[in-house]
Write a protein that binds this ligand. Structure first.
Ligand code: NAD
Ligand code: 3PG
Length: 600
């Protein structure tokens, strides 16, 4: 989904189950921050019960690389800001356990060790720039840590630096400057090449690449581009032809690299691909050093395949002293300056500060890198269903008998909406949270739900039932089925052999509406007692009075039965947890064949 950088989206950062803080029954969303409970934040849109003392607690943001003042000011309004630059990896790991958020540029490696060392406190990593190859995204996701970047504010700066390198390289500006400063006047040595009419291949036609292409056309160059994922109409609009990788290599006089560093682009310029280039090609790299095999580039320069190279980025930064590439006479080098203009750094600082503060408040910036983006209006509509989803997951897993491994879960959404008009990622994440948290010590949120499910071998399949009728509300019901398990409440097993629970939202409140083959109706608040009994008068009163004697408030009761005077399931909602003795007394009622107490 395309969103503007300034748009912020409300997203669930889910409560850490180890926290003592609980959500009130009136809480419309389980959207508290995953901060330690003592550090929860006040936010006008977070309905979490906070003590007054806690309202004062500010999160701590570690800024590990230089950030523009405007961004720092924004951060300071909301958080304690620790600006500690040039930390060693060990120092970063030590400090991180005291921080809720970390902001870096490209010079800091946010490794797995950083997430491990944070002890679960680090909730947001903000990358003040585009490339997130210095952040271990897999580890961030595993640890439920959101990663946000600032992808737009330095685009023009990077494109301008690309053009600066292109023109400077073609006219030997850096080499000639050094020569004049050394007292020489070598006019014949530094004869350059013209750009006009030459073919420039832009590799990676994204934000920076397309801005470079636009500017190069203004210089009279013939611009082609290679990008397997770029839309043809965007290229057409700028007058750029999209070509294959090999065609780009074979026809270009100049190659400018603008792709991200990924497994697919790592050392994409290597011995083999240099051999496919036109002799005398000139290369600009303001993307990432790792996209070029640097040893191969030195060879290609020495053999004359590559006439010149202009490099802003290197595989290792800073490159080691004596690096052959940096010292090569036909190489122009800058120390990763693409984003370094006053304007870009101010913009990046604001963009990342807004994203990090938003994330700490429980919002999801539109620039989240490792979590699905859910538009604010979709989120508002799904709010009660999100709560329903988590509670159905919690109920279903508590019905599983000990020793049965939960492996296969089927979720069915009944809705009158068209299939592509219902985004279920959030619901699936919440069901996953509900299924996993009661039986483990991990906490699950939108960032790590799919990862955690996969890691635990939990297969969640989703299906849609399309209903007739008005699609006003997004969903009619959600059903969660767990296959191939025994249940501690046999009546929860449906005719087809799975544990089955189903729920709906009524007047904005989630309700349990089916257990196994029994229809019930109990609001999903507090906790629930399910009893199977032979349907007969007086049962509600009997159980109600056992609970009443202990001052346990009953919020809801409902009986679902197959037929009058046959087996029935009674669902009782309670505000407080009954004592073991009361539960035993309920179990001892002769007409009650089985019962289970479930915490929501
Ligand atoms: N030197 C600097 O200071 C500086 C500044 C900004 C950006 N960058 C780097 O520039 C690069 C581009 O940034 P952006 O903002 O334009 O990102 P972007 O995501 O907008 O564009 C990247 C483009 O690369 C394309 N791509 C992905 N894999 C590809 C492949 N195998 N072959 C060809 N194209 C491929 C994508 O489809 C996308 O269109 C990134 O590596 C970023 O880190 C460097
Ligand atoms: O990916 C980026 O945004 C650029 O490489 C800029 O990196 P920097 O923030 O370290 O200058």
């Amino acid at each position: 989904m395309a969103t503007s950088a300034s748009q912020t989206l409300r997203t669930p950062f889910l409560r850490n189950p180890t926290s003592s803080l609980s959500l009130s029954s009136k809480t419309p969303l389980p959207f508290a921050l995953s901060l330690p409970s003592s550090r929860r934040l006040a936010s006008p849109r977070l309905v979490v019960v906070l003590s007054a003392a806690r309202l004062d607690a500010k999160p701590t943001v570690l800024v590990a690389e230089k950030l523009g003042d405007a961004g720092l000011d924004l951060l300071k309004e909301f958080a304690n800001v620790d600006c500690s630059y040039n930390l060693s990896p060990e120092e970063l790991c030590t400090k991180i356990s005291l921080c809720d958020a970390l902001i870096v540029r490209s010079g800091t490696k946010v490794s797995r060790e950083v997430f491990e060392s944070s002890g679960g406190r680090l909730k947001v990593v903000g990358r003040a720039g585009v490339g997130i190859d210095n952040v271990d995204l897999g580890a961030a996701t595993e640890f439920g840590c959101l990663v946000v970047n600032a992808p737009t504010a330095n685009t023009v700066a990077a494109a301008e630096h690309g053009i600066a390198l292109l023109t400077a390289m073609a006219r030997n500006v850096a080499q000639a400057d050094a020569s004049v400063k050394a007292g020489k006047w070598q006019r014949n040595k530094y004869v350059g090449v013209s750009l006009v009419g030459k073919t420039l291949a832009v590799m990676g036609f994204g934000k920076v690449g397309s801005e470079v292409a636009r500017r190069a056309k203004g210089l009279g160059m013939h611009v082609i581009a290679h990008d397997p994922y770029a839309p043809a109409d965007r290229a057409r609009a700028i007058g750029v032809e999209l070509v294959s990788f090999d065609e780009a290599l074979a026809t270009a006089d100049f190659i400018s690299l603008h792709m991200p560093l990924t497994a697919a682009t790592n050392k994409v310029l290597n011995d083999e691909t240099f051999a496919k280039m036109k002799k005398g090609v000139r290369i600009v790299n303001v993307a990432r050093g790792g996209v070029i095999d640097e040893d191969a580039l030195v060879k290609a320069l020495d053999s004359g395949i590559v006439a010149q190279a202009a490099l802003d980025v290197f595989t290792v930064e800073p490159p080691p002293q004596g690096n052959k590439l940096v010292l090569h006479e036909r190489v122009t080098a800058t120390p990763h300056l693409g984003a370094s203009t006053m304007e870009a750094q101010e913009g990046v600082a604001i963009e990342i500060a807004e994203a990090v503060v938003g994330a700490l408040k429980g919002e999801l910036a539109a620039t989240a890198v490792n979590a699905p983006m859910v538009p604010a209006e979709v989120l508002a509509e799904l709010k009660p269903y999100v709560e329903l989803a988590e509670k159905l997951g919690r109920l279903a897993v508590q019905l599983v008998a000990g020793g049965s491994g939960v492996k296969n879960v089927k979720v069915s959404y009944a809705s009158a909406r068209a299939p592509d008009d219902l985004d279920t990622r959030l619901l699936r994440a919440m069901i996953t949270k509900g299924l996993i948290e009661p039986i483990s010590s991990v906490f699950v949120n939108l960032v790590n739900a799919d990862f955690t499910a996969k890691q635990r071998g939990l297969r969640i399949t989703e299906e849609r039932t399309i209903l007739d009728g008005s699609p006003e509300s997004p969903l009619d019901s959600i059903q969660v089925q767990i296959a191939n398990v025994e249940s501690k409440f046999a009546s929860a097993i449906s005719d087809s052999g799975e544990i089955k629970v189903e729920g709906r939202v009524k007047d904005g409140v989630p309700h349990l509406t089916r257990v196994g083959s029994f229809e019930v109706d109990v609001s999903l608040e507090g906790s629930i007692i399910l009893c199977r009994q032979v349907d007969q008068p007086g049962m509600i009163g009997l159980v109600g009075s056992i609970l009443g004697e202990e001052n346990v408030n009953v919020s809801f009761m409902s009986v679902g039965r197959i037929a009058p005077r046959k087996q029935a399931v009674m669902a009782i909602g309670v505000d407080d947890q009954p004592s073991k003795q009361s539960l035993k007394r309920i179990g001892d009622v002769p007409a009650i064949e089985e019962f289970v107490f479930l915490k929501l």
